[in-house]
Ligand binder design. Structure first.
Ligand code: RIB
Ligand code: CA
Length: 308
């Protein structure tokens, strides 16, 4: 089992990614760190704790709060898409305790890298602020990790925030620049790949209908906003950006990869650049195999101690 640390800004697709990770025997989610992005960092923490209470994964991961905003600019959130609370604004979530602010996310990332070294995979599903702060704290230790899988960027396709910039990179371009410059074993999962990973509402409903219960009902309820907006915008379904990043962490063969050098533009554009490669980028995706994996694991029918 590969130890994994997930940095996240839940977020509807982040929530689906966490549920996939917690149902995947290939990895052990040691820690979850929250970052401001889709929502403010306090709301991100609340959503992680809500999902932990809902799913009750074992082992229960450490949860640490991270950056409340980007390194050098004001925070841009995506509450229009994810809802004010980040999970579709459902009325009936149980009240949860806030995430402690100590230890902070950057320290938890450095500590995990120190303990696990090349065994550790870092998975970043939001803006790269916490990863950049961890590098600032101890780049040599963070550089020991085996893999850094990042959902972000738009290399040969249009952005989703500006014509060229993807949201995670757009929120904190300075952090993205530092992460790309740090010589990490970086695996980028950009919109080029994630827009191939589209799940229609009917597919989600059919899968959840196979394992009825509180977990399936809650997944259907919080993901509905994402499907509603996607279908209203004429899409075939919800692009599973963050779940695809988790899936290629489990099985890199789900994508075809291109080794490239990328630079980050002032608005978070991810631009091909000349010089030594600094990452590999997921391009073609085996979408059918990914969707099957995702739906098979999202809501497993029998799980000891589960809430379903
Ligand atoms: O552009 C998509 C990314 O931005 C996803 O990680 C989504 O959750 C948002 O954070
Ligand atoms: Ca995210």
């Amino acid at each position: 089992m590969t130890p994994v640390l997930i940095d996240t800004d839940p977020g509807i697709d982040d929530a689906l990614a966490l549920l996939l990770a917690w149902s995947s025997p290939e990895i052990r989610v040691e820690a979850i760190t929250t970052v401001a992005g889709n929502v403010r960092v306090e709301a991100a923490g609340t959503n992680v704790v809500r999902l932990l209470a809902l799913r009750r994964p074992t082992p229960r991961p450490l949860v640490a709060a991270g950056a409340a905003g980007p390194l050098a600019r004001a925070l841009t959130t995506a509450t229009r898409y994810h809802g004010e609370d980040g999970l579709g604004d459902l009325a009936d979530w149980p009240v949860v305790e806030p995430v402690p602010t100590s230890p902070d996310a950057a320290s938890v990332i450095v500590d995990a890298a120190r303990r696990h070294g090349r065994e550790l995979t870092l998975v970043a599903l939001g803006p790269l602020t916490n990863v950049a702060l961890a590098l600032k704290q101890d780049a040599a230790v963070v550089g020991r990790v085996g893999r850094v899988v990042v959902m972000g960027g738009a290399v040969d396709v249009p952005g989703n925030v500006t014509p060229a910039a993807e949201f995670n990179m757009h929120v904190d371009p300075e952090a993205a620049h530092r992460v790309l410059a740090a010589g990490l074993p970086l695996e980028l999962v950009p919109l080029d790949a994630t827009r191939q990973a589209v799940l229609p509402r009917a597919g989600m409903r059919a899968a959840l209908g196979r394992s009825p219960g509180p977990l399936a009902s809650r997944i259907q309820a919080f993901s509905e906003r994402g499907f509603r907006i996607a279908h209203a915008e004429g899409e075939q379904g919800m692009a599973l950006h963050d779940p695809l990043a988790v899936a290629v962490t489990l099985d890199p063969s789900l994508a075809k990869w291109e080794t490239v050098r990328l630079a980050v533009g002032p608005d978070g554009e991810t631009l091909r650049a000349s010089g030594a490669p600094n990452c590999r980028v997921a391009k073609a995706v085996d979408a059918d195999r990914f969707i099957r994996l995702f739906l098979d694991r999202l809501c497993p029918t029998s799980r000891p101690g589960a809430s379903s």
